[in-house]
Structures are given as C-alpha cells and as structure tokens.
Write a protein that binds this ligand. Structure first.
Ligand SMILES: [Zn+2]
Length: 175
C-alpha cells in the first residue's frame, strides 16, 4: 500500500493515478504506507513527550499545565493521575516544610484499601498544606481544605487535583 502525497489517500502499490485526486503516482508523489504511519506515530509520540515536558520548574515547586494534566490522566486511564498525586504529595509537603509525611505510593494504597476514605483525608490535609504555603508567602488565606475535600467526596478528585495544581502554579509563580 502507498499513500498519495497530494491528498493523503491510501492506494494499492501498482496505482498509476490517485483514485481520489487524480494526481499521477510516481515514487516522488507517493510514500509507502508503512513509512507514512511510522512518521505519524513518531510525531504523535513527540507531541506527548513535549506535553509532559511542558512543566516549568519554579522556585519551590513544579508548574504544570492543567488541561494537559487532565487529558493525560484521562488517556492513561488514571495512571498519570496516580503519578500526579505522588508528585503533588511530595512537592506540597516539602513546600509546607513537612518532614514526616506519608509517601505518594502509601497514600494511593491506603486510599484503595479504605475505599477512598483515606483519599478524602489526604485531600483535606493537602488543603491545609496549601494554606500554610500561602501563609509562608504572605498570601491571603483561602478555603482549599474544604474545597478539595468536598470535590473528592463527590468523586471529582480530578477537579480537586486541577484546582490544587492551579493554586500551586500561582503560588510558585509568585502570583
Ligand atoms: Zn491523491
């Protein structure tokens, strides 16, 4: 199979003219389909890689794009979300000056065995940490603990994570 370089139609190997656009098919005006698929996959992989790298290291934490984090969580069936929880757990606890805190993997495991009840506690706790980061930086207080808790309670953990990240982005960028 080959691909017409003029319109992108897939044609049999022996095609002389494109059945779609009528262009004459020569070696120069067609690409073997396999090669064309490979380059498509390669460029898609590059897009994902650059999306993941579209995180900025700011003083005190990592600024992440919220739409990209949500899309990655959905397309990876939650796997990116788990990684995101682990990263936020570490960054927020460290920024809040906590030394003894439960690691991200333990948070995930406890959330699973307690049917998400531990996750509600974690979300609330993260809110209190965000508040203490605000305080450290002389920013006015918010209602993060309650917002994260309520959203997580209603199954909107991903929204809680997005709001958490957005509040942290602002804090890290000094806004
Ligand atoms: Zn064509």
């Amino acid at each position: 199979m080959i691909k017409c370089n003029n319109c992108g139609s897939v044609l049999p190997d022996n095609a002389k003219f494109c059945t779609n656009c009528g262009a004459e098919i020569t070696a120069a005006t067609s690409t073997p389909l396999k090669e064309s698929l490979e380059s498509t996959v390669e460029s898609a992989a590059k897009d994902v890689k650059s999306a993941v790298e579209q995180t900025i290291r700011a003083p005190g934490g990592t600024v992440r794009s919220i739409p990209i984090s949500i899309i990655l969580s959905i397309v990876t069936c939650g796997i990116y979300g788990i990684w995101w929880v682990c990263q936020l757990n570490r960054e927020v606890n460290e920024a809040a000056g906590k030394r003894d805190y439960l690691g991200g993997v333990a948070v995930i495991l406890l959330s699973i065995v307690t049917c998400s009840i531990y996750f509600l506690y974690w979300a609330y706790k993260m809110g209190t940490n965000v508040e203490s980061i605000r305080q450290q930086r002389g920013k006015p207080g918010g209602s993060s603990p309650i917002i994260y808790l309520v959203l997580s309670f209603f199954g909107l953990s991903i929204v809680a994570l997005a709001i958490m990240q957005s509040e942290l982005n602002d804090l890290y960028l000094g806004q």
